[in-house]
Design a protein around this ligand. Structure first.
Ligand SMILES: *[C@@H]1O[C@H](CO)[C@@H](O)[C@H](O)[C@H]1NC(C)=O
Ligand SMILES: *[C@@H]1O[C@H](CO)[C@@H](O)[C@H](O)[C@H]1NC(C)=O
Ligand SMILES: *[C@@H]1O[C@H](CO)[C@@H](O)[C@H](O)[C@H]1NC(C)=O
Length: 782
């Protein structure tokens, strides 16, 4: 996250209100039902609807009166294809003193699932999304949200409604903990001449769009757009299908990872408004005028930092990628294409209307444009590339595509397959010690082969919880496991809060939709430790760490105000996550490892100083990190040590805002040699702050997009502004020791002097690669 600090200028992109900040401040694949036709209501069941609803918002002022799970039908929505359900749906969302976009507040004490059974819900105005809201449809019979011909509002679902003062309700980069999944959104009753938007979704981390279909007018001249994102700091967008419109997706954000996006019959299937980096994987674009336009801003002021497209199919389109890149000292408009199959698409890449890569029906093995360091640079290039073979262990079986797997929703399983932790005796009230109750539910579930359901709640634990192999766990609206006191008080002795398998264990494991946190001073807590040598397909989807800055954490504004003295009571974690040497086949998607920089429950988003040691340490083999981010840990955000075969993309980091007071070498977390912590003895001149990414003795690391950001110097952003010669820190990405098979695409950094440092020597200077607000290198290879 980061707040708004820079003036923005706006470009009018379309008749719609598409605006763009020049310098933004800041394999059980889910089977989507093919048809949008409606069976008789009540035909399809879904365990999440049928399970007993006993979620508790533990730190809500009225926990017993606050409803977590809401069925829109209980609020009067009919879903009969006739009745205007707008008000009923909006009532279901707002009920219970929740925080609206109008309030401009955020809150962790009002989580909600708003559930839509099968049906066609007619709406005449926007469905107004609130903070910490999961809009969930029945995946076995996706509800249809049908906009009326006279529909008024920016999005049929509006994730950040513009207020009367002309600004979004929330600062887009501050909106967290939201999902929209399992819907069909139908705009076809709206005249094609009228601007209309399926989902307006400016958002921050820990949010997702998943298993959604948006249908619009395909008439020529249609003014509809399926997805509109004008800004934010997004993470993941998966399994979305869009048909028709002027734009399938009209999108800009700091960064994003987008998988399995299918768009057809749009004038421009993807219009990239701006970004620092965006990774598209497994997209299928069919019958587009232009499949991807990244030409916004025009030659000489291209607003798009970088686009990476891999493992994708482009069919029956005039142009695959439209760009305005030109050789220059600037590196805006970096483009990477790898393993993209074209069918009947005459122009693969055009730059300022000139064909620079012929299309046809063929596969683009690897092609790019921008600045390269292979390893000498910078060189302007616009050509085919030779990246070398992909690491085998990361590929899908019998395929040259990378392995991917969407979040399991268990939609085919009956409610009897689930066991609730609250039924099993855990309280989740934020104060009872639930360690024993949780462990016994988990152990029983393993014996009975059941899926563990964490009802919403805050489950305090005072000792390590074991997640053994064979277990599957799913949360209701991101419930929290909160480590308190116990064995986590020694800053020199890390102890896991959650332990996934013991070293030597083998088996399967799935975990989704949860948060792991700490309470008070817990400097020895490693929030998640993964030891399991897992079967492929094991993983964590939308499981986050959230350290400090929320009600109940005892790490809020009064406890941990921003001061220049490190407070021991605000030392709150040894490490967010550790994937150990014994771990194998670890699939992470949409995980946000977050040390609080501000208090989510403070009315003014006031900053806090919470100190944690390390972000994610990876020592295992065959690891996929899709759309993950790690922020504000003091030594590093990501470190890979002795790893073999790791996929990373798009990865995002931020250095702590308090640094360099103290800087990384003076962090209260001293380097631990057994974990190969950086000791910072080789820091180049300038501030020696936390490393965004450190690679030490790695084999076959492939990075498809990285944004490593350092915005602050002791809470001041002057150092990251573009128009002065300051930097916030000297280096942010360090490659050390024996390294083979490393490929880095679309690397963007902010506020650092050196983009890449190898064994203590600067090799890529940010000043040589100015792009957008970020500095960008398209291709780096050793
Ligand atoms: C996002 O865009 C809106 C205008 O559309 C602007 O008011 C707001 O400041 C922007 N926010 C960020 C974080 O860039
Ligand atoms: C990149 O963006 C900057 C800032 O907007 C602009 O000055 C520069 O000309 C752009 N470069 C290209 C190649 O578009
Ligand atoms: C490309 O061609 C179109 C149509 O002739 C024109 O409007 C546009 O300005 C051209 N773009 C560039 C970058 O030359």
């Amino acid at each position: 996250m980061r707040a708004t600090f820079f003036a923005t200028t706006w470009l009018l992109l379309t008749g719609l209100s598409a605006q763009l900040p020049q310098r933004p401040s800041d394999t059980v694949v889910c089977q989507a039902p093919e048809s949008t036709s409606i069976a008789a209501p009540g035909d399809a069941s879904y365990w999440l609807a049928d399970i007993k609803h006993q979620g508790v918002a533990a730190f809500n002022p009225n926990p017993s009166g606050y409803k977590v799970f809401r069925n829109v039908k209980d609020y009067g929505a009919k879903g009969d294809g006739q009745t205007d359900d707008t008000e009923a749906i909006n009532r279901a969302i707002s009920d219970g003193n929740r925080v609206s976009p109008e309030s401009r507040r955020t809150s962790t004490t009002t989580p909600a699932i708003v559930y839509f059974p099968e049906g066609t819900y007619v709406v005449s105005r926007s469905i107004v999304d609130y903070y910490f809201t999961q809009l969930v449809g029945n995946p076995n019979a996706r509800p249809v949200i049908k906009a009326t011909a006279a529909f008024e509002g920016l999005g049929v679902i509006d994730g950040d409604v513009y207020q009367n003062d002309g600004n979004q309700g929330w600062t887009s980069t501050n909106v967290f903990f939201r999902q929209i999944r399992n819907f069909v959104i139908d705009l076809t009753d709206i005249s094609p001449n009228k601007g209309a938007t399926g989902i307006h979704w400016p958002t921050g981390q820990a949010s997702s769009l998943f298993n959604i279909k948006i249908v619009m007018s395909s008439a020529s001249g249609s003014q509809h757009q399926g997805l509109f994102i004008e800004n934010g700091s997004g993470t993941v967008l998966d399994d979305v299908e869009i048909i028709g419109g002027l734009y399938g997706a009209n999108i800009g954000s700091q960064q994003y990872t987008t998988r399995n996006l299918r768009i057809s019959d749009s004038a421009t299937c993807i219009s990239q408004i701006w970004n620092w980096g965006w990774t598209y994987q497994g997209v299928e674009l069919n019958n587009c005028g232009t499949a991807i336009s990244m030409a916004n801003g025009g030659p000489g002021s291209q607003t798009v930092g970088s686009v990476t497209v891999i493992d994708s199919d482009i069919k029956n389109s005039h142009v695959f990628v439209d760009t305005v890149w030109q050789e220059s000292p600037w590196s805006n408009g970096s483009l990477i294409l790898e393993n993209v199959a074209l069918e009947n698409t005459p122009v693969a890449v055009q730059a300022s209307n000139k064909t620079v890569l012929e299309g046809g029906s063929k596969t683009i093995t690897a092609w790019g444009q921008g600045h390269s360091y292979t390893p000498a640079g910078p060189k302007n290039f616009q050509s085919a590339m030779t990246p070398g073979d992909r690491p085998r262990g990361l590929l899908a079986k019998n395929s040259n595509r990378y392995y991917t797997k969407s979040k399991p929703q268990y939609e085919k399983l009956p409610v009897s397959s689930f066991t609730s932790v609250r039924d099993g005796g855990a309280k989740g009230d934020g104060s009872t010690d639930d360690t024993k109750a949780l462990q016994s539910v988990i152990d029983n579930a393993r014996r009975e082969n059941k899926i563990v359901f964490f009802d919403q709640g805050v489950y305090k634990v005072t000792n390590t919880l074991q997640f053994p192999p064979g277990i599957r766990i799913v949360g209701e609206a991101l419930p929290v496991i909160m480590a308190s006191g116990g064995p986590w008080t020694d800053i020199n002795k890390p102890v896991p809060v959650i332990q996934i398998g013991q070293p030597g264990d083998t088996g399967f494991f799935e975990w989704s939709d949860m948060i792991v946190s700490t309470q008070g001073s817990t400097p020895g807590a490693t929030l998640i430790e993964w030891n399991l040598d897992a079967e492929q397909g094991s993983g964590m989807w939308e499981v986050h760490t959230r350290i400090g800055g929320f009600a109940g954490s005892q790490l809020q504004v009064p406890d941990c105000p921003t001061v220049s003295q490190v407070s021991t009571k605000c030392q709150a974690a040894y490490m967010s996550m550790h994937i150990t040497k014994s771990a194998r086949n670890v699939y992470l998607e949409n995980n946000w490892f977050w040390t609080a920089d501000h208090d989510l429950d403070d009315p003014h988003d006031t900053r806090v100083s919470v100190y944690t040691g390390r972000g994610l340490l990876v020592e295992g083999k065959n690891v996929w990190l899709y759309g993950t981010s790690s922020e504000h840990h003091s030594l590093y955000q990501y470190q890979l040590t002795n790893t073999d075969s790791v996929f990373i993309g798009f990865v995002q980091t931020e250095s702590p805002y308090y640094q360099p007071k103290p800087d990384a070498p003076h962090s209260p977390y001293k380097p631990n040699p057994t974990l190969n912590d950086p000791d910072f003895t080789h820091c180049l001149s300038g501030n020696c702050n936390s490393l965004g990414l450190r690679l030490l003795n790695t084999r076959d690391t492939v990075i498809y997009g990285a944004g490593l950001y350092s915005f602050f110097n002791n809470y001041d952003t002057t150092c990251s502004a573009n128009d002065n010669n300051q930097v916030c820190q000297s280096e942010v990405f360090s490659i050390e020791g024996e390294t083979s098979g490393l490929v880095v695409y679309a690397l963007s950094t902010i506020g650092t002097e050196w983009m890449v440092v190898r064994d203590g020597e600067g090799v890529v200077r940010a000043g040589d690669n100015r792009a957008t607000f970020a500095d960008t290198v398209a291709w780096f290879k050793l």
